[in-house]
Design a binder for this molecule. Structure first.
Ligand SMILES: NC(=O)c1ccc[n+]([C@@H]2O[C@H](COP(=O)([O-])OP(=O)(O)OC[C@H]3O[C@@H](n4cnc5c(N)ncnc54)[C@H](OP(=O)(O)O)[C@@H]3O)[C@@H](O)[C@H]2O)c1
Length: 264
């Protein structure tokens, strides 16, 4: 890094667990300096310690609650203080809650929108100039849930439909500026997600699970290849195809029944 030019970092949210921790490992293994964001600072420091050596420059750790409206300002200030700017932004942080929408605490569901939608939107847009300067990109972690209506997990499914729609539109807009934008749509992945969502332990999914590592690698490759949408796993790739043929009413009934059985 020369004296006046900020160093580049891949900003990765939700890096304290699951898919985000694997994305951080994959980015670091491919030579990127990473800046890690989540609430649990000790987990981030642990991960950063294990990555030191894999990357040329040490990871940056930023403990931050993305449900708070000032999170974007805090992240931008922390990056500026370290004299770095993002070439890649990976919006992975997110969570779901299972159960009928009217029975789940409203504040918790609104916080889900703050993390899954508002923070993702802010961080996708905030660093656009720096992403363009560095010919970088945005990787937004959506879900196959974004292709379906989701009774008994209504806000989560809707938040992921937003992520797909927003990211595809941004792929089109940012593409003209030489910035890649990819929506990564995993199916089931065993992480802390299931416990946090309130799934009954041991309940299996209809679709075979993939590892967080396999999903992270598919997302990284897809982003670098400039793909609009990455759906890892054959069974998951069938979901959007099948959804085009299934009447919406039937899809609602099937998903509603399936999610109701998963709730504790
Ligand atoms: N696992 C699946 O089956 C699956 C399937 C499709 C899509 N996804 C998506 O993949 C992404 C990663 O999920 P995961 O499965 O890896 O879940 P996870 O193991 O629960 O990890 C979620 C990550 O998000 C962070 N996070 C949650 N709330 C946050 C907040 N308020 N502020 C900052 N960070 C926050 C968590 O960090 P802290 O708790 O430390 O803040 C954690 O690092 C999510 O967007 C999820 O919707 C998951």
């Amino acid at each position: 890094m020369s004296a006046g030019v900020p160093d580049r970092v891949a900003l990765i949210t939700g890096a304290s667990a699951g898919i985000g921790a694997e994305l951080a490992r994959v980015f670091a293994a491919n030579g990127h300096r990473v800046a890690l964001v989540a609430r649990r600072a000790e987990r981030l420091h642990e991960l950063a310690g294990s990555l030191t050596g894999a990357a040329a420059r040490p990871p940056i750790v930023m403990a931050c609650d993305l449900s708070q409206p000032e999170a974007g300002d805090a992240i931008a200030a922390a990056l500026a203080a370290q004299r770095v700017e993002p070439d890649y932004v990976v919006n992975n942080a997110g969570f779901g809650l299972v159960g009928p929408a009217a029975t789940i605490e409203r504040a918790a569901q609104l916080a889900m929108i703050d993390v899954n939608v508002r923070a993702l939107t802010e961080l996708s847009l905030r660093f656009a100039d720096s992403l363009e300067r560095h010919h970088g990109g945005v990787l937004n972690v959506a879900s196959v849930a974004g292709f379906l209506p989701g009774p008994n997990m209504a806000v989560y499914y809707a938040s992921k439909a937003y992520v797909i729609s927003f990211s595809e539109a941004l792929h089109h807009e940012f593409g003209r500026r030489g910035v890649r934008v990819t929506a990564l749509c995993p199916g089931p992945v065993p992480t802390e997600f299931q416990a946090r969502a309130g799934f009954r332990p041991g309940r299996r999914s209809l679709i075979p699970a993939l590892s967080a590592r396999a999903v992270a690698e598919a997302g990284y490759r897809g982003l670098m290849d400039g793909r609009r949408l990455v759906v890892p796993g054959l069974a998951n790739r069938l979901v959007p195809q099948v959804m085009r043929m299934v009447p919406r009413g039937l899809a609602l009934a099937l998903v509603g029944r399936f999610q109701a059985r998963r709730a504790r």
